[in-house]
Design a protein around this ligand. Structure first.
Ligand SMILES: [Zn+2]
Length: 154
């Protein structure tokens, strides 16, 4: 996928963002959209589905741009669904994870560990929990950083 098309989409997204305002662009996860576009374009040479998603998203964003002054609830819904579909493809086929994904996993592991340690060693859950949580956090942040470095996060 030519970088030009990606650049054009990004600037279109910026324009939509400045029109709809902070709140709606958060709602539409426009920043996430950019990352998704980046990923789709990098996979599109090898993955037909990414290529199709890219074309589809491109048309969709142009459509949003056309009616950026008069977007209604249905447009947001439609948009969310599209992004959701693409995201699930990227996660399933290309093994991408949402940013902060590992942290939430290790965090919950840390909490269970904290409970177990608290009960077994300290005889006090309140003492074990902070311990478990800080271990979970430390590992999770590290793994997230690593995934990010390898370009595996969305
Ligand atoms: Zn793909």
């Amino acid at each position: 996928m030519e970088g030009q098309r990606v650049d054009k989409l990004n600037s279109t997204l910026e324009e939509i963002k400045s029109t709809v305002g902070e709140q709606d662009s958060k709602k539409m996860e426009l920043d996430k959209c950019k990352r998704i576009i980046q990923k789709l374009s990098s996979f599109s040479t090898d993955c037909e589905e990414c290529y199709r998603h890219f074309i589809d998203l491109e048309a969709h964003i142009e459509h949003l741009m056309d009616k950026k002054d008069s977007l209604v609830e249905d447009d947001f819904k439609h948009h969310k669904q599209k992004i959701g579909d693409i995201r699930s493809h990227l996660q399933k086929q290309h093994k991408l994870v949402p940013s902060g994904y590992y942290m939430s996993i290790y965090m919950s592991l840390g909490i269970s560990l904290g409970v177990v340690l608290g009960l077994l060693i300290f005889d006090n859950i309140g003492l074990g929990l902070p311990f478990g949580i800080s271990i979970g956090l430390a590992i999770g942040v590290g793994v997230d950083e690593d995934a990010k470095k390898k370009g595996l996060t969305l």
